[in-house]
Write a protein that binds this ligand. Sequence first.
Ligand code: ZN
Length: 261
Amino acid sequence: MPIRVTVWGENVHEHKNATVARIYPTGMHTCIADALNQDARLVARTATLDQPEHGLTKEVLDQTDVLTWWGHCAHGKVDDAIVDRVQERVLQGMGLIVLHSGHFAKIFKRLLGTSCALTWREVGERERLWVCNPGHPIVQGLPRSITIPNEEMYGEPFGIPNPDEVVLVSWFEGGEVFRSGCTFTRGAGKIFYFRPGHETYPTYHIPEIQQIIRNAVAWAAPAGAAWRDVLNAPNAKNPPETIRTPDPNAHGESAGGGGFR
Ligand code: ZN
């Protein structure tokens, strides 16, 4: 069965900026979904901010193995109830690929719990992405480094928790470096942050960038069944084995009880 991907796009710049509209006439989300659909392992559909529930209804998310996320100018317009819903699905095991300015998306900051801030500069300088671990599934089929002629710069410090693995690092013409491809795990869900993709450059048309996103989606797909009750904290009152010496003061209710309160 193919991996079911939902490509989420904010889809705002495409309608406000002529350069973005020219590079991505059908939207960045459509370009990314088309690239994913070139891979027989994947079947991708799109969802956008302006749709009811941002296109991320419970039904859509329940049928999504991996969600990709591109947002920038409208992070604040994403409904917190939808962020809650996406977070729960990630904890259950849905993969999440966060792209470029999605570093400041509510869902990314929620899952990582840190500022996710970084330094940036927009002059269209050269970026060289270096593969840190050629054996990692996300960089299969790629050369040891990839050059993007024009990109926005993102620099350290990047306010993220230490990643499980840094798969790619970037060097920029102006001198900065950045952890551009980072993996995380939250609950049963795998998360990949991938830096390139400023809206005024044709980055998502670059074959190697598309290959990384395809690989990342395949890597982030759930390996097992969804952990559906991940938010539940049941009281296991009836243990599978007999507890022969229960502490009578376990709840601190008896006089002179020794329990920790
Ligand atoms: Zn940008």
